[in-house]
Design a protein around this ligand. Structure first.
Ligand code: ADP
Length: 657
């Protein structure tokens, strides 16, 4: 099927042709046959890199009205936004600040790219543009199985469809075990395909020997000692042997002219592996030394942090590390340099696999387990398949290669799980009590529901309800309502004998609009009251309040630092709203104190470089905590007004962030 045969204006045909898209890939053609250009609901469950974005673009540009592209991961939204903004005559907007209220500024735009949280927040704040939508495309819809984000995604989609039954829904999914359930939920035609633009072979490496699933093998030299260690040590804790096998696989791939991605379990491992690979002069081997040096200089210009310095040193050698603790500016340089074939290898945590478009000749998955709480757990097959799916660049590679590094003991398990194994089914997480409280409060605060029965109506359109029936939620919803009443966010207004209606209290209503979790609102309200009774509440006081909420990310507190933060908390007890014998979870509270201290030093003029060095946090982590603090302090200001409490330090802290 040719692009020019589609019902598209000529300038779009030319635009796609400019990008090398003239003939549709088979799954795209199947989506057109299923009516994606004719207003029909379609779910496309196809492998990574098989052109899902175009399916969404086709739906949005042929829809009879404004469109919304829901991008569950914020890091991916910009790339998608740029794709839409580049479409001739299309007015696109991006709304990804997860938490701020959504203005009417988005009305009148052809395509809005937003996270599900942003859309949820817009609905809660009564934005009218969501009712005018003709089409919504949802990327990575399998993330509906993720904690917290998943429930937000399914409730948001259910609400949009309830308010606008004519809305066209197009959902894009990685290959999962139950795509038909997602299609059924959305009343959509299912396009399911295993097709890929480049063939993929997946293999397991034991020592220097790789056996692929198509029966081919390849061998490379790995220093003997390292092989011995890998065999003796097992893959569980990533002994040096696995690293050397990975290095050999990368060097071999690069010598054949291809770039590589290497996946490891943690940020520290990503940095360590990149620094090890930097010894192998990969830029020289790829013939891109000067371009790699230019990328290194660009990174060094972003800031003077040790992380930036280490990244620049790696880049100079043609290799990079990539993880969520990097600053957005650093990540962008790495992704661009890789796409431009200026660097040979990225060592990444699994987050890179989920959507960033960085195709490579060879993908090496060194670690297939990661810490989950206290034990090591196998990664989900779905996640490993997304990593492997990055292998193979259309038009450049004859095939892509994905290699899992293992040993004799794990070989059979790796083959069963990841080479031959099917990805997991997507399961709803809506029954998680914390998520349910949030969405129940929102249903009440927005006026969509005034009773438990009406709340169940709101949830009727969720994936959970389609699978298990909304009745299955009845008990959990009743508990959530009781919790919210006990927390003072919802009240039962009696309307006669044994009848009542549920209404949000002023605090509940503010919490919902400010998009903070019920527990966050509760903590902030009690913290503000305590602060108001203190003689001299400081900025540290209010940071301790907002950092001690589930909406602030935890900051890792190592053993070595613990004593120091403990001393700090004791010395500053007079400025904190929590007494040291009060917290249920003392360690978690100490982490909050650490975050509060960092933020307080930040507004006191400490530099990123200093904070990163003193507190061993990633520069990107500092950025994201500052951003969250801004949002939570603005919620605290709104809550202070709601309960008529004055704590001037809130505004003071916020204005200095
Ligand atoms: P996915 O979202 O499925 O992982 P993308 O939509 O990012 O994949 O597409 C991967 C790459 O394939 C992009 O670079 C895109 O431009 C290219 N592509 C998509 N469809 C076609 C096509 N029909 N012909 C040629 N290239 C295509």
């Amino acid at each position: 099927m040719r692009v020019r045969d589609l019902p598209l204006p000529e300038q779009f045909v030319a635009h796609f042709a400019d990008r090398g898209i003239r003939e549709l890939y088979p799954p795209q053609a199947a989506a057109v046959d299923a009516g994606v250009c004719a207003g029909e609901n379609v779910v496309a469950a196809v492998p990574t890199a098989s052109g899902k974005t175009l399916i969404a673009e086709l739906a949005l540009v042929t829809a009879d009205g404004p469109g919304l592209y829901v991008c569950p991961l914020r890091a991916l939204a910009r790339e998608k936004y740029e794709a839409f903004a580049a479409l001739p005559g299309v007015d696109a907007a991006i709304a990804t600040g997860d938490f701020d209220a959504t203005g009417e500024a988005l009305a009148g735009t052809d395509v809005v790219v937003a996270t599900s949280e942003k859309v949820d927040s817009a609905i809660r704040n009564g934005a009218s543009w969501v009712d005018d939508l003709a089409c919504v495309a949802v990327d990575e819809v399998h993330l509906l199985g993720a904690e917290r984000r998943g429930p937000t995604l399914e409730v948001t989609l259910a609400t949009l469809r309830r308010r606008n039954p004519e809305l066209q829904v197009v959902a894009l999914s990685a290959t999962v075990d139950n795509p038909e359930a997602i299609a059924e939920w959305l009343d959509a035609a299912l396009v399911e395909s295993e097709w890929r633009p480049v063939d993929l072979r997946t293999g397991v490496a034991v020592g220097g020997n790789v056996t692929f699933d198509d029966g081919t093998t390849t061998a490379m030299a790995v220093p003997n000692a390292a092989v011995g260690e890998a065999e003796a040590g097992g893959a569980d804790d990533g002994p040096p042997g696995d690293t050397e096998v990975t290095a050999a696989l990368v060097a071999d791939g690069v010598d054949q002219g291809g770039q590589c991605l290497a996946f490891v379990r943690s940020r520290t491992e990503a940095v360590a592996l990149a620094e090890r690979l930097a010894d192998d002069r990969l830029a020289e081997r790829l013939g891109t030394e000067s371009a790699a040096t230019a990328a290194a200089d660009e990174v060094a210009d972003v800031d003077g942090t040790a992380t930036g310095q280490r990244l620049a040193d790696c880049l100079r050698a043609g290799v990079a590390f990539h993880h969520a603790g990097l600053r957005a500016g650093h990540r962008a340089v790495v992704e661009e340099a890789f796409r431009a074939r200026e660097i040979a290898c990225i060592c990444a945590t699994p987050t890179l696999a989920a959507g960033v478009n960085v195709p490579a000749r060879r993908v090496v998955v060194r670690d297939q387990k990661r810490y989950a709480g206290s034990a090591m757990e196998w990664l989900p097959t779905l996640e490993v398949h997304q990593m492997c799916g990055r292998a193979g660049r259309p038009g450049l590679d004859p095939y892509g290669e994905a290699v899992l590094v293992g040993d004799e003991d794990t070989r059979a398990e790796l083959v069963a799980r990841y080479v031959e194994g099917e990805p997991e089914a997507v399961e709803s997480k809506l029954t998680d009590p914390a998520s349910l409280r949030t969405h129940v409060l929102s249903a009440i605060a927005t006026g969509f529901a005034e009773s438990e029965a009406e709340i169940l109506d709101v949830f009727e359109g969720t994936f959970y309800a389609r699978e298990a029936g909304a009745g299955g939620l009845a008990d959990a919803v009743a508990v959530a309502v009781d919790d919210l009443v006990a927390a003072g966010l919802v009240r039962r207004e009696t309307g006669g004998v044994e009848t009542y209606r549920l209404a949000a209290t002023p605090v509940g209503s503010t919490a919902s609009k400010q998009y903070v979790r019920p527990e966050t609102a509760e903590r902030i309200v009690s913290g503000l009251r305590t602060a108001a009774g203190m003689r001299n509440p400081t900025t540290l006081t209010v940071f301790e309040v907002v950092c001690d909420t589930p909406d602030m990310q935890d900051t890792y507190l190592g053993n070595a630092e613990r004593a120091e933060i403990y001393r700090f908390a004791r010395a500053n007890a007079g400025a904190l709203t929590t007494a040291m014998d009060e917290p249920d979870d003392f360690e978690e509270w100490l982490e909050s104190v650490k975050t509060a201290r960092i933020l307080d030093e930040w507004i006191g003029g400490a530099t990123v470089e200093e904070l990163v060095a003193s507190y061993r946090i990633g520069p990107g982590d500092l950025d994201s905590r500052v951003e969250r603090a801004e949002w939570l302090l603005s919620a605290a200001e709104a809550l202070a007004e709601t309960i008529s409490v004055r704590v001037p330090a809130v505004a003071r802290a916020r204005s200095r962030l």
